[in-house]
Write a protein that binds this ligand. Structure first.
Ligand code: ZN
Length: 59
């Protein structure tokens, strides 16, 4: 993991909470999509030890 804080640029080293993989929020499915697979995205948040901004690595 080599991401940097998107506010202050400090290296992100600490996990705040890792909720694994999750389908995107508020992506309302129509009836035809109900039996099809959904795309999942990582929901792993990090906290910056310098400015304390909690952020996702991917957005
Ligand atoms: Zn920061």
């Amino acid at each position: 993991m080599a991401s940097n804080c998107r506010f202050c640029g400090n290296e992100l080293k600490h996990t705040f909470v890792n909720l694994g993989m999750s389908p995107i929020a508020n992506d309302y499915l129509c009836q035809a999509q109900l039996n099809k697979p959904e795309k999942f995205y990582p929901l792993h948040t990090y906290i910056c030890e310098q400015c304390f901004l909690v952020q996702l690595e991917e957005y």
